[in-house]
Each structure stands twice: as structure tokens, then as C-alpha cells.
Design a protein around this ligand. Structure first.
Ligand SMILES: Cc1cc2nc3c(=O)[nH]c(=O)nc-3n(C[C@H](O)[C@H](O)[C@H](O)COP(=O)(O)OP(=O)(O)OC[C@H]3O[C@@H](n4cnc5c(N)ncnc54)[C@H](O)[C@@H]3O)c2cc1C
Ligand code: SF4
Length: 348
């Protein structure tokens, strides 16, 4: 059996890793549990991507077309790794596709199984995500924006007052997610901009603890949202969302003014954070790779080697390592591909 480089997960990070390895001439197998490639941006119907508001479907479509154009790449969709002999490379993986299992010999494995959205209905969360239809999450708004129509789910009307609540499920010691999810300030600002382009008469507010717009996103997203599109940023902590007179009463504290705040909104968008996906947890356990306390895979030699894990020959990329944006996916994918191809040559 030919030894291959196996990438588990066909989202932005897995595809980036597979393309980089294929460009280096390695035989690559991508194993994806869904019936299609593309990861969260496709599964959750993202409308557009930072920073240029390009269609997510088009960007991911180009990446997928590039991947599938390589003769040395096999893509197994609707497939999962269900068993692994992992004592030493090469690894033997049992892959379940439908009801059939097959064996894949892997010189090295790249885990690219990504993240899941924080469930805003969980304990301590008093935002009414499951109670009030007009309380939605970032990914729900992405799907509306993709349809080109933002409405109040309760009555189909166009909302005129919309707010985003930042840091839902992140930076929260009470629930044990102390980390910052890294992309939600940028994604909320991008979505707020898109709402203003779609509904110019709408008032859009972002309630934030700190605005964390790292690198070039400051100029590319934040300042245009504020200065060109008049999105209103309010430093404050939101504690509760309640129904009132057919609208939503958003309650909290304006931390700049140091006083309680109550405002009525038509639509509330929760900027939910990232958590390790069940697939990331399962693959880490199956391959014996060390996870951090949040369930993400721990990079064994960080900060300058961000992809090697505690098991030689097994690498992790993208959001399997922790909150990440698409640039992180591309860079960790490239690094893991280089290391995995080196392993392949070492075995030859
Ligand atoms: C609402 C929202 C909007 C965003 N918008 C942007 C943006 O505009 N720009 C930006 O830079 N970032 C954005 N991000 C972040 C971006 O989504 C992530 O950086 C990116 O999706 C991570 O890619 P990934 O491949 O690591 O993981 P994922 O996208 O989660 O993909 C993982 C893949 O692995 C598969 N998988 C999981 N488990 C298994 C298993 N056991 N076996 C086989 N396959 C498995 C999944 O089906 C999936 O296809 C956004 C995030 C959110 C929440
Ligand atoms: S990126 Fe912004 S919203 Fe997301 S956790 Fe960090 S500070 Fe909070």
C-alpha cells in the first residue's frame, strides 16, 4: 500500500495544507465527514469574508477547485477515521465511508477538524437565544446576509435597530472559556457594515468589552465601519435580553459612563466564540495527541513551531489548534504540509 499524507478535515485549513503538500508532489488523502468540502464557511452559509467582503462561496470554491485539480490528491467525503494504529509512523488508519471501511497508510497525519460555535443557550447565558426568535448569532446573520435579506425572524419585518453583543462564550471565567475567540470583533464589524449597506436607515450598535481588531483589520474593517458606515461602538457589558412591547430590551452597563443601560432593539446578534469541535476532540483522543484544557490541540513546540503535536508525525492546523482566522489557516496549513512532506521523504 502506498504511504500517503492524510489530512483529516476539509475546511479552509485542511484544504490549505493539502494544496501545499500536493504542490510539493506528495500523495495526499483528504478525509472529510461532510458530503462536501469547505468547512464552516460553507456549512454555515457565510456570506462574505474579511477583509474585502468577497463571497465566501466563491473564495472557498476557488480553493476547492485548486485542490481537486491535483492528480495526486484523493478526497474522501462523508468519511471518518474510526481507528488508528499510532505507535509509530507509518500510521494505519481505518476509514469509514458510508457503511464500508477501508485502510489508509499514512506517513503523517494533519488534523484539521476545526471548531464549533459556542452554544449561547448554555448555563449562565441570559440572552434568550432559544427563547426569543429575534435573538440570533453571528452565523445566523451570515446566512441572512447570504440571502441578501435581513429580517426579524419573529415577523419578517426589516429591523431598524440592531445590536451585536460581543464576547458571548469567550473571555468568560465562569464558563471556563478564558480565551479570546480572536475573530468575532472583526466578523461583527464586517456584518454590521453589511447591514448598513443593505438597510441604510438602520441604526447598528456594537456593545463590546474591548475591541480586539488585530493587525490590518483595524484599518480594513474597524475604522471604515465607524467612520464610513456609522456603526456605533458602545463600551459596555450586556447582562440580559428580555422581550418588551414586541421588541427586545437589552440590559447592561455602559462602562464608559459607569451607569446602567437599557435599550430597545429589533434584532440582537450574539457574537459567539469558538470552541473545539467534537471532531477535534475525537481525533486528538484517537491519535493520542495532547489537548489543552479547552479541548483544542496543543502545539508541542510553540511559539515558533505552531503545528507539531505531542505525537511525532501528527500535526494540527487552523481552528483545531484554537481560535483562528483564515490567514492562520493558510499559514499553519503551509507549515504542517512542509513538515509532513519531510516525514514522507524520511520514510521513503
Ligand atoms: C460567523 C463566523 C464568521 C467568520 N468569518 C470569517 C471571515 O470573514 N474571515 C476570517 O478570516 N475568518 C472568519 N471566521 C473564522 C473561520 O471560520 C475559521 O478561521 C475557519 O473556518 C477555520 O477553518 P478550519 O478548517 O480550521 O476549521 P472548520 O472551518 O471548522 O473546518 C473543519 C472541517 O473538518 C471537518 N471535520 C470535523 N470533524 C471531522 C472528523 N472527525 N472527520 C472528518 N472531518 C471532520 C468539518 O466537517 C469541517 O469541514 C469566521 C468565524 C465565524 C464563527
Ligand atoms: S474577538 Fe472580540 S468579541 Fe471575540 S472574544 Fe475577542 S474581544 Fe470578545
Amino acid at each position: 500500500m502506498e504511504e500517503r499524507l492524510v489530512v483529516i478535515g476539509g475546511g479552509p485549513a485542511g484544504i490549505s495544507a493539502a494544496i501545499a503538500a500536493a504542490e510539493l508532489g506528495a500523495p495526499v488523502t483528504v478525509i472529510e465527514k461532510n458530503a462536501y468540502l469547505g468547512g464552516r464557511p460553507i456549512e454555515e452559509n457565510y456570506a462574505s469574508l474579511t477583509p474585502y467582503l468577497e463571497s465566501a462561496e466563491e473564495v472557498m470554491g476557488r480553493l476547492i477547485a485548486q485542490l481537486t485539480s491535483f492528480e495526486n490528491v484523493d478526497v474522501l467525503t462523508s468519511s471518518k477515521v474510526v481507528g488508528a494504529s499510532r505507535d509509530h509512523a507509518p500510521f494505519e488508519l481505518d476509514v469509514l465511508t458510508g457503511s464500508a471501511t477501508s485502510k489508509v497508510e499514512a506517513a503523517s497525519v494533519i488534523i484539521a477538524t476545526g471548531f464549533t460555535h459556542f452554544d449561547p443557550g448554555r448555563e449562565t447565558q441570559l440572552y434568550g437565544y432559544y427563547e426569543f426568535p429575534d435573538v440570533i448569532a453571528l452565523q445566523d446573520l451570515e446566512a441572512m446576509l447570504k440571502e441578501g435579506k435581513v429580517t426579524r425572524p419573529s415577523n419578517g419585518e426589516t429591523p431598524q435597530r440592531i445590536c451585536f453583543v460581543q464576547c458571548v462564550g469567550s473571555r468568560d471565567r465562569q464558563i471556563g472559556n478564558e480565551y479570546c475567540s480572536k475573530v468575532c470583533c472583526g466578523v461583527a464589524s464586517k456584518e454590521a457594515t453589511e447591514i448598513k449597506l443593505l438597510i441604510p436607515s438602520a441604526e447598528v450598535f456594537i456593545f463590546y468589552i474591548d475591541m480586539r481588531m488585530y493587525g490590518y483589520w483595524e484599518n480594513q474593517i474597524y475604522w471604515p465601519a465607524q467612520e464610513k458606515h456609522h456603526v456605533q461602538y458602545v463600551k459596555g457589558i450586556i447582562t440580559e435580553v428580555l422581550p418588551k412591547d414586541g421588541k427586545l430590551l437589552v440590559r447592561g452597563e455602559d462602562t464608559t459612563m459607569g451607569r446602567p443601560m437599557e435599550v430597545l432593539m429589533d434584532l440582537v446578534v450574539l457574537s459567539v466564540g469558538m470552541e473545539a469541535s467534537p471532531g477535534t476532540r475525537q481525533m486528538a483522543a484517537l491519535l493520542g495527541v495532547k489537548q489543552n484544557k479547552y479541548g483544542f490541540i496543543e502545539a508541542a513546540n510553540s511559539p515558533l513551531d505552531t503545528v507539531s503535536t505531542s505525537v511525532p508525525g501528527v500535526y494540527a492546523v487552523g481552528a483545531a489548534l484554537g481560535p483562528s482566522d483564515l490567514e492562520d489557516c493558510a499559514s499553519s496549513g503551509g507549515l504542517a504540509a512542509a513538515k509532513a512532506v519531510r516525514d514522507l521523504h524520511a520514510l521513503a
